[in-house]
Write a protein that binds this ligand. Structure first.
Ligand code: NAP
Length: 242
């Protein structure tokens, strides 16, 4: 029995990478999908992919960082059972040399945009549904300053929203660490490979994640009705290292 059959699932960031893989797994379970992204070509390609798997898929073009556009998006969305947010820009490096504007953007992206998504989603999520956000692990504060703060913000957000939305709906997050996905599309391939080799060394399990290991964690959090307020690290134990 597929718990997601005939459910409506919104994936903000469902046109690429981890979010697209979540959408594919959700489609295979028989859910209806609404996917959101900025790039129309990417959305249309994902829609064709998901329709080929037999899913009913609506696409919405919106930049989640524009909170007016976000409010219009939620005005258009029907009530839904589950929402996944893949939103969260990142940065590397420590606090001292960093540009405050970049720090502000990353915290705006990771915390305030997901906070706004949570506020808007609270009015549309159905009884028994869930929200799943995307946090992150891997960098220490001095290595990934605003990403680290933003991830702490998301982790606090899911705890607060979980209590505020209970018992109607559950709220959780998945925390990936560095993984090869199209997220790094603008980085030269040799640099991506060097970073992958670095993480392979520092992750206790001595490899980076397979995308299905990440995507399946989102489905677990949608399907398990007794988990709320949690952020699940799917990171090979990277934060346990020296
Ligand atoms: N890959 C990693 O190493 C890694 C590690 C830790 C955490 N994460 C987090 O995982 C999440 C997804 O990453 P990914 O690797 O799957 O990246 P990806 O392949 O680039 O996918 C990101 C998805 O989100 C959409 N998106 C991004 N910004 C958006 C915005 N402002 N408004 C609407 N849609 C937006 C993208 O579509 P458009 O670009 O067309 O808008 C795309 O569908 C991110 O939050 C990232 O920080 C990734």
């Amino acid at each position: 029995m597929n718990a997601l059959r005939d459910k409506t699932v919104v994936v903000i960031g469902g046109s690429s990478g981890i979010g697209l893989r979540v959408a594919q797994l959700v489609a295979d379970e028989g859910a209806r999908l609404l996917i959101v992204g900025r790039d129309t070509g990417r959305l249309q390609a994902a829609q064709a992919d998901l329709q080929a798997r037999g899913a009913t898929v609506g696409i919405h073009q919106a930049d989640a960082h524009d909170h007016t556009a976000l409010a219009s998006l939620f005005d258009e969305l029907p009530a839904f059972d589950h929402l996944v947010s893949m939103i969260g820009d990142v940065m590397g490096g420590g606090f001292i040399g960093a540009d405050i504007a970049v720090i502000r953007h990353v915290i705006e992206s990771k915390f305030f945009t997901n906070l706004r998504i949570g506020q808007l989603a609270a009015t549309k999520v159905r009884e028994g549904g869930s929200l799943v956000f995307t946090s992150g692990t891997g960098g220490r504060a001095q290595d990934a300053c605003a990403s680290y703060v933003g991830n702490l913000g998301i982790n606090a957000l899911v705890e607060g929203l979980a209590v505020e939305l209970a018992p109607k709906a559950r709220v959780n997050a998945v925390s990936p660490t560095w993984t090869v996905t199209p997220f790094w599309r603008d980085v030269p391939p040799a640099q991506v490979e060097a970073t992958r080799a670095h993480f392979e060394q520092v992750i206790p399990l001595k490899r980076t994640a397979r995308i299905d290991e990440l995507a399946s964690a989102y489905l677990f959090l949608m399907n398990n009705g007794f988990v709320t307020g949690q952020h699940i690290a799917v990171d090979g134990g990277i934060m346990l290292g020296a």
